[in-house]
Design a binder for this molecule. Structure first.
Ligand code: 4AZ
Length: 257
């Protein structure tokens, strides 16, 4: 996150930190963010899981309730192995724009139970399929990613920032991203380009408030650099995937509103 502030995980209790266990170093390497949408399911970005052997479910783990990426707080955290990874079948980066950048991770239950609700762990609501937001709406993003483009290390602590939604026609203007922006994506930034998601924030949540409730509207997906003028962050449009999420998780009416 560029231009944001340190956040407590209690203010983003659906935040998931996804790690990959390297076969060689046997260390857990932070890979991506995600959002807890039900006790056993985390929503993230497809591009976090390129289908090569080293991202098989067995080498992934998910930690919930995490404030600091390199420190463990057993009083708040819950860690799970991953039972399966479902990457959207039409995920496509052939145009360099991560179309359908969405994936589901099923957590492996421990004694029949996945995530347990606490002050630091909670599910986020999915918005109703037809819930649209106006351009200019302000939404929150959170992640453990870089604080500046070009840095090679992630943030030590979870950070948050506030960004405004951009109209589709603005972001599809040739001054912006042109035809790279599909209906499965939307853009967000700030008027002075000071706040943005950055490398390492991918897969993480964008939540927006509707009628005093927070809903998961976006998944951090891509952008040309971070905090660059006319190069806003690009997010997966979660409302386009309500049916896909229901079909793949077996959770029904998850987004009844
Ligand atoms: C990345 O590489 C990435 N400025 C994520 C978000 C943005 C840029 C890059 C948005 O994961």
């Amino acid at each position: 996150i560029v231009g944001g502030t340190v956040a407590t995980v209690e203010s983003h209790p659906w935040m998931a930190a996804i790690f990959w266990r390297s076969r060689h170093s046997k260390e857990n390497v932070f890979r991506c963010g995600g959002s807890l949408i039900s006790p056993c399911w985390v929503l993230s970005a497809a591009h976090c899981f390129p289908d090569s052997s080293h991202t098989k479910a067995c080498s992934l783990s998910v930690t919930l309730g995490k404030s600091a990426i390199n420190e463990t707080d057993d009083t708040k955290e819950q860690t799970f192995q991953v039972e399966k990874v479902i990457v959207h079948a039409e995920f496509d980066n052939s145009e360099g724009n991560f179309n359908n950048d969405i994936a589901l991770l099923k957590l492996k239950a421990i004694d029949g139970q996945c995530a347990e609700e606490s002050s630091s762990v909670r599910t986020v609501c999915l918005p109703p399929a037809r819930q649209a937001l106006n351009a200019g709406s302000s939404c929150e993003i959170a992640g453990y990613g870089r604080q500046k483009e070009g840095l090679w290390y992630n943030s030590r602590y979870l950070r948050e920032a506030t960004v405004n939604l951009l109209a589709h026609d603005v972001c599809s203007d040739k001054e912006y991203y042109g035809n790279l922006i599909t209906d499965n994506m939307f853009c967000a930034g700030t008027p002075d380009w000071s706040q943005d998601a950055c490398k390492g924030d991918s897969g993480g949540p964008m939540v927006c408030e509707v009628d005093n409730r927070m809903f998961l509207f976006g998944i951090v997906s891509w952008g040309e650099g971070c905090s660059r003028a006319l190069r806003p962050g690009v997010y997966t449009t979660v409302t386009n995937y309500n049916k896909w999420i229901e079909e793949n998780t077996g959770l029904s009416s998850i987004a009844s509103g």
